[in-house]
Design a protein around this ligand. Structure first.
Ligand code: SF4
Length: 151
């Protein structure tokens, strides 16, 4: 998806649907923090919705357990295009300590195309806000995208 299309689609607000794909609940609690009046994410137009059909973006936590994989794919299909996918936390970003566990897929990008990674175990509420603000074009990216190839 081009930046131009993103800028046009998500100019003023972004409605997100939160999905737990096998998280320990740590990342989910930090997402709840972002929704409290203290962080007040709605001032940036970030709003939590209760059905994927109303969402612009999926906010996914957890390493994606094998049990949840099919449901997550159905959830992704239910979100109308164009859509964004956020991997929240180290588990969703690359599997975390479960990256080679038989019970998980080893990270969200093994199952869905991820647009924004927000690492941390769990990421701080400020980091989650920053990641979504970056997707909205409100702040510049702090780091360049890098690809690591193991020797
Ligand atoms: S990144 Fe840490 S806090 Fe988040 S789901 Fe994984 S283990 Fe839990």
């Amino acid at each position: 998806m081009t930046n131009r299309l993103l800028n046009w689609c998500f100019k003023k607000s972004i409605w997100v649907y939160h999905a737990n794909a096998g998280s320990c609940n740590g990342c989910d609690i930090e997402i709840l923090d972002v929704l409290t009046p203290y962080y007040d994410c709605e001032r940036f137009g970030i709003k939590l919705v209760h059905t994927p059909r109303h969402a612009d973006a999926l906010l996914v936590t957890g390493p994606v357990t094998r049990q949840v994989r099919e449901r997550l794919l159905r959830l992704y299909d239910a979100v109308p295009d164009p859509k964004l996918v956020f991997a929240v936390g180290s588990c969703a970003s690359g599997g975390g300590i479960w990256f080679d566990s038989y019970a998980t897929c080893g990270g969200l990008d093994k199952v869905l195309p991820v647009n924004i990674y927000i690492p941390g175990c769990p990421p701080r509420p400020e980091a989650i806000l920053y990641g979504v603000a970056e997707a909205l074009g409100l702040v510049p990216a702090q780091v360049e995208a890098q690809t690591y190839v193991e020797a």
